[in-house]
Design a protein around this ligand. Sequence first.
Ligand SMILES: Nc1ncnc2c1ncn2[C@@H]1O[C@H](COP(=O)(O)OP(=O)(O)OP(=O)(O)O)[C@@H](O)[C@H]1O
Length: 602
Amino acid sequence: MIAAGRRGDGVAEASGGRGRPARLATLRRLLPYLRPYRGRVALAGLFLVLASALVLGIGQGVRQLVDRGFAAGDAAALDRTTLLLLGVVTGFALTSATRYWLVSWLGERVAGDLRREVFDHVLGLSPAWFETARTGDILSRLVADVTLLQSLIGSAVSLGLRNLMTGFGAFGMLLVISPKLAGVVALVLPLVLGPMVLFGRREKRLSRAAQDRIADLGDQAEEVLAGLRTVQAFTFEPEARARFAGRVERSVAAAMRRIGSRSLFNLVVILLGFGAVVFGLWIGGRDVIAGRMTPGELSAFVLYAVLLASAGASLSEVWGEVQRAAGAAGRVLDLLAVRPTIAAPPAPLLLPGPPRGRIAFEGVTFAYPARPDLPSLHDISFAVAPGETVALVGPSGAGKTTVLELLLRFYDPQQGRITFDGVDIARVDPAALRARLGLVPQDPVIFSADAWENIRIGRPGASEAAVRAAARAAAAEGFLDALPQGFASFLGAKGVMLSGGQRQRLAIARAILRDPAALLLDEATSALDAESEQLVQQALAVAARGRTVLVVAHRLATVRRADRILVLDRGRIVASGTHAALVREGGLYARLAALQFGTGTG
Ligand SMILES: Nc1ncnc2c1ncn2[C@@H]1O[C@H](COP(=O)(O)OP(=O)(O)OP(=O)(O)O)[C@@H](O)[C@H]1O
């Protein structure tokens, strides 16, 4: 368990290292994701080569067109070479478009596969891991990092390869046309590209800073909007506005820095880029005048030089993208490498059938991974017979919820063992164990779906009649039917449309639909009005029929109905018995009962 926490930490650390230069070798770990699409990868490679060859062919076409057509004044030759050039251009367009389609397809496909795999994987990780992992971090890996990988596979790699090919090809062509001019280009090119690359990096850094500021803005706004009622209730608006305004100014300032740099970048690019072309034309023009070169060769030359320069520029850009993608790949793959600590053993035992709902804790000691030196449960032992209702009672923080969490096997105890229907739960598949348990949590989660779907979480695929019967048993049918579209009403994000008591009854309906051998109830601490309270109690009484119930009790009605009460204090069982007996005994329970239930007499 504790190791699980550390493992989680390791991943969180890895995500903290965003600025660290990523190891490119990480990208190799992505290859398995391309393997299923080998055929398309090969096809994309083929079209990549074809497109590069054809773009180089355009230069040759231009050369023919100028020399045979224009310069020679031969109209027929002009027609012919124009047609030829058109053919080459069409071929280039077709192959480029096909290549684009193929690689983008690969990018999307692989990104989709990765997203699904990451999500599937994360759902299987144990709660201990989530204690140290931040949800925002997981989401950013799922969305932002995978998007980087998508653009790597879907564009950067092919852009890089294409530019490498056209770059080398163009330089080869330059050498063929005029070794002297090619030499000049080789000298001038770094002078042009160097400053462009430097500026580009600076620009990227500034633009990332500006985006971070915008993200800050979003975070700030989201927090304030989510807590709008609190903000308004405390008339905190002026303060919230001022804080937001401060962030806005910072984001504008960051954007201004980027704009300044971008303007300078444009100046440099245009000046150096076009300047170099003019320079090349001037030198080449002198060669043409001196008869050392044909006008067509000069045209082709300029075209190849521009191709070479743009290949160089985009290679530097692609390089940055590849590095960022390597970082993203590391973060995504690290997440996939986290092994769930709560998993089915290699040879899981089967729970005996039919389900009985017998529960036993045997000498269980447990500390949460976040606080390994402070056990929440000390040497707890108790047994619950099939059909029995046992209430857990104790002061806040006594460890009542923890008992339920261990039984659900969200965590494994450090000492002792827990059995269900006589089998150690650490030796069965957690899914098989949980299939026999129905949980009604303290603060039930309502998903943004309609009532049908929300209750069917208890048993996916259950018929409408079964859902309705469960709702009826949980005293939820009435209020659900009274909603505008009845059971088909959308319950709103997190169930904001329902009252606390209604949410609980819906959660009870879910548990009833599941028809588990044992029901685990974590009673809400918040007070319900008398009518809700009575309806919830009635629903619980129905739900408890014929099953084992382990209930964290906060209400008098619940403890009275329980066959037995276990009194927990600071992680230990300090007393057990019926409500009447425990009250008679005096001690912690009598005090608690007096305080909590407003009764000291039973
Ligand atoms: N995830 C966690 N990490 C570390 N400590 C935890 C965690 N969850 C609970 N604890 C601690 O374990 C102890 C028992 O908590 P538990 O939630 O079981 O108490 P409880 O009896 O259910 O309390 P309440 O009635 O207030 O819900 C408390 O001291 C609590 O602070």
